[in-house]
Design a protein. Structure first.
Length: 257
């Protein structure tokens, strides 16, 4: 099992999702849903999700950093980025729950992929205005500064919520993977790869990912005798070819909306 996690992560996540990276603003704007019309420069919507893990027995510091007083359990946190067309194009490593949303973004280095003119949509916890690259902007719901929100603030909050709901739906679908219900001690070292693989195989991320994964598992006896890097070399050009033709974006846009 451990070996297959390494192989699939190298083949699917590192070889495809990481290699392609975040959709450019031009590609994202080419299939912009109506709920994003108020944010024409948006390139990515960010949100975090949590995964319960076993109690670290070897380090009190790790126990403290991963413990959630609110949920009364030890938890990891991961960052997910979704393009406006519904494609999950960025997944971070897992971090202790004590790491703030802002620190998670900084550690993940996702900001290095943005260009001037890009817009990021996020929740109130992502206070990124002082760390984003020059020319990049971030849009979060307004904070309550008086007794009640003004009418423009209510409208702005509604527009952001309508756009952000899609990444929340993706996270909800991610929770259907039972392997992410709880990370036991013997899989803590593979937690990052398990999380990233599940996000890659999330139904509306890359539609053919599940079929490819099932196929690889069904012919595992043959693949064990082959160099999987050779298989990666055969599959990657085809995936990149579809991406350049924008067929990937069109298919995802059609299925998601």
């Amino acid at each position: 099992m451990s070996a297959w996690i390494d192989i699939l992560h190298s083949l699917l996540f590192s070889g495809i999702l990481t290699e392609i990276g975040i959709l450019s603003r031009a590609k994202a704007s080419g299939s912009l849903p109506d709920c994003f019309r108020s944010f024409p420069g948006v390139r990515l919507t960010l949100d975090c999700t949590e995964i319960q893990c076993s109690i670290p027995r070897t380090s009190m510091a790790q126990q403290s950093h991963t413990f959630s007083h609110y949920k009364q359990r030890n938890t990891f946190k991961g960052l997910i980025g979704m393009s406006p067309n519904g494609t999950v194009t960025f997944v971070s490593d897992l971090y202790p729950l004590s790491v703030s949303d802002k620190e998670t973004v900084l550690h993940s280095k996702v900001l290095q992929q943005f260009e001037p003119g890009d817009l990021i949509l996020a929740d109130k916890g992502f206070l990124l205005h002082d760390v984003i690259p020059q020319g990049v902007s971030v849009n979060i719901p307004p904070f309550l500064s008086r007794q009640q929100f003004t009418k423009p603030q209510v409208i702005e909050t509604t527009h952001i919520a309508r756009a952000r709901i899609h990444v929340e739906h993706a996270i909800q679908r991610l929770k259907l993977y039972k392997i992410l219900d709880f990370v036991p001690t013997y899989y803590r070292g593979k937690a990052n790869k398990m999380f990233q693989l599940c996000v890659f195989c999330e139904p509306y991320s890359i539609n053919y990912a599940k079929h490819l994964t099932c196929y690889l598992l069904s012919v595992q006896v043959v693949l064990m005798k082959l160099n999987y890097r050779m298989l990666l070399a055969l599959i990657m050009p085809f995936c990149l070819y579809l991406y350049r033709l924008d067929l990937w974006t069109v298919v995802l846009h059609t299925e998601f909306f």
